[in-house]
Write a protein that binds this ligand. Structure first.
Ligand SMILES: *[C@@H]1O[C@H](CO)[C@@H](O)[C@H](O)[C@H]1NC(C)=O
Ligand SMILES: *[C@@H]1O[C@H](CO)[C@@H](O)[C@H](O)[C@H]1NC(C)=O
Ligand SMILES: *[C@@H]1O[C@H](CO)[C@@H](O)[C@H](O)[C@H]1NC(C)=O
Length: 498
């Protein structure tokens, strides 16, 4: 009796599954922030299409041609809205669709076709207005904005970094930071104030051009949401500044180390690739997933690396590769720090496209002057990352696990050969770690996550400031770019009118 019930149940499950399959041609799922374009404004909005019936091994480009995407809308004046759509094929039955909106759109519809027919759940439609990222239309309530954006969890790294700070008087701290760390030739940092959602700064040092990156993320956030008044010092150098066991001072940096206690932010590199997605940058966390040519099984089973000579271990890597050409493809692309060794370790080789790295199964990540900022992209590309053990870390390392997301390699690279050999003889495990790495990148390092991290950091930091925040005389105002946008139609203004 029991077993009859059981088979009936299984029968029902199968029947149900077939029904669903017939509707869609396969189980097809949509997910991602680009499906909430009214709530989540991004420079490039993006979402995922997953065909559960296809994987890396069964994928063919003929099959992929059955999938098409169309996104269209209207403006208040015309029947057409300027939208650029880019479909990235991950060649494993999943696609990333990203789209950039150039003007305020109404009646937006996202259509996903399989074999020329709308899939179940498509089109997804929005009355609008759907704002382009350049619109300066900040939502008034930070808490509800954080919820809408899916930024509710404060990352552990932020909690840890801010633990030591309570009731900080920035008037006092900024003075101390400037007294102690202002060395024009070797350090550069900016004192930022956000007041009334406007940005002001004072920069110190000879090389402050990188303040552009800090400006850009703050401008992007203040266009989206009204930030609390806040005051912070952002280090524009690669090296963290505040040594452990010295005076505790609040400095925000792009890279951390086991010797220092700076407050971490996502690197300017991944932040800029977030803000310039479908813009000035070509390498970003989405493009790197759609430009991989080969599935795992067709990738060359060797370890690849390219880079400049910014650390001694990078020269050592060349030595190791030369004595094991069957396991490595490694070259230096530039000599600057060890020019006198160019004869020995050169000649320098031309750059290759980053996407070409993924023609190989194994990818080496060795520090440069600090952490190698390419690490997020390596994780996202679906290869096995062999990561040098290092004192340096970025904002997301704390959540990474060795042997789960990457294979650790000794700081002196002494076990690198052994680790490549391990990967060669444990192909399934290596492949699984590569898949985990990509999953990690998609869970933690996409544009939405990078924006959330900054927003959460600023929100948490603002709660710790005790002084009255006042823009000081002589500070530079950082204005938004002029961009014609009608914010009056946003949901919030309608609420206000009620
Ligand atoms: C959007 O669609 C609705 C209903 O079809 C229509 O009444 C409205 O005028 C459209 N809006 C625009 C801006 O075209
Ligand atoms: C190393 O990689 C580059 C780029 O993929 C390729 O052109 C070159 O032939 C490779 N060299 C060897 C020795 O495999
Ligand atoms: C912060 O420090 C300034 C300068 O010493 C002082 O004038 C101000 O009263 C302090 N504010 C608080 C809230 O302690």
């Amino acid at each position: 009796m029991k077993s009859n019930m059981y088979s009936l149940f299984i029968f029902f499950l199968k029947w149900h599954f077939i029904q669903c399959s017939q509707n869609n041609g396969a189980g097809i799922y949509l997910s991602g922030p680009g499906l909430k374009p009214d709530k989540i404004v991004l420079p490039a909005r993006y979402f995922f299409i997953t065909f559960s019936s296809v994987d890396e091994e069964t994928y063919t480009s003929d099959w992929a041609r059955n999938v098409a995407v169309e996104i269209k809308g209207k403006t208040q004046k015309t029947n057409y809205c300027r939208i650029w759509v880019n479909k990235l094929d991950r060649k494993d039955g999943t696609f990333i669709v990203r789209y950039k909106i150039y003007e305020t759109c109404f009646n937006l519809s996202i259509n996903i076709y399989y074999k020329s027919k709308n899939i179940e759940g498509s089109p997804v439609t929005f009355k609008g207005p759907i704002l382009p990222d350049q619109c300066n239309c900040p939502t008034k309530d930070l808490t509800s904005w954080l919820t809408d954006y899916g930024c509710n969890n404060v990352p552990e790294q932020i909690v840890n970094d801010l633990k030591a700070f309570q009731a900080v008087n920035m008037t006092v701290e900024v003075k101390r930071i400037v007294e102690k760390y202002h060395q024009p030739e070797s350090t550069s940092f900016c004192h930022y104030i956000i007041k009334g959602n406007e940005i002001f700064r004072n920069c110190y040092g000879r090389h402050v051009g990188f303040n552009m990156f800090a400006d850009n993320i703050l401008l992007s956030l203040t266009r989206k949401v009204k930030l609390p008044d806040v005051e912070m010092v952002i280090n524009l150098g690669d090296w963290p500044l505040i040594k452990k066991n010295t005076e505790l001072l609040p400095v925000f940096s792009w890279c951390g180390s086991s010797q220092t206690i700076d407050i971490l932010m996502p690197t300017y590199d991944i932040t800029e690739s977030t803000l310039e997605n479908m813009g000035r940058v070509t390498l970003d966390m989405l493009s790197v997933q759609g430009n991989v040519e080969r599935p795992w099984s067709q990738r060359e089973p060797r370890a690849i690396w390219r880079g400049r000579d910014s650390r001694l271990e990078r020269l050592k890597l060349v030595d190791i590769a030369r004595s094991h050409p069957d396991l490595f493809n490694v070259s230096l692309t530039n000599f600057f720090f060890f020019r006198e060794k160019e004869e020995q370790y050169g000649p320098k080789q031309p750059h290759i496209s980053f996407f070409k790295f993924f023609d190989y199964k194994y990818l080496i990540n060795v520090d440069g002057t600090v952490a190698a900022y390419r690490f997020p992209y390596l994780l996202a590309g679906g290869g096995l990352v062999l990561k040098q053990d290092s004192e340096y870390y970025e904002h997301f390392y704390q959540q990474l696990r060795e042997w789960e997301h990457y294979v650790p390699v000794k700081n002196d690279l002494g076990d690198l050969v052994e680790k490549v050999q391990w990967a060669l003889s444990n192909d399934d495990k290596a492949h699984q770690i590569a898949r985990n790495a990509r999953q990690f990148a998609n869970d933690h390092l996409l544009p939405q996550n990078i924006i959330c991290y900054h927003a959460a950091l600023i929100s948490e930091w603002s709660k710790r400031i005790s002084n009255k925040i006042q823009v000081q005389k002589g500070m530079t105002h950082v204005p938004q770019l002029e961009f014609a946008c009608d914010c009056s139609n946003t949901e919030e203004e309608i609420h206000d009118e009620l």
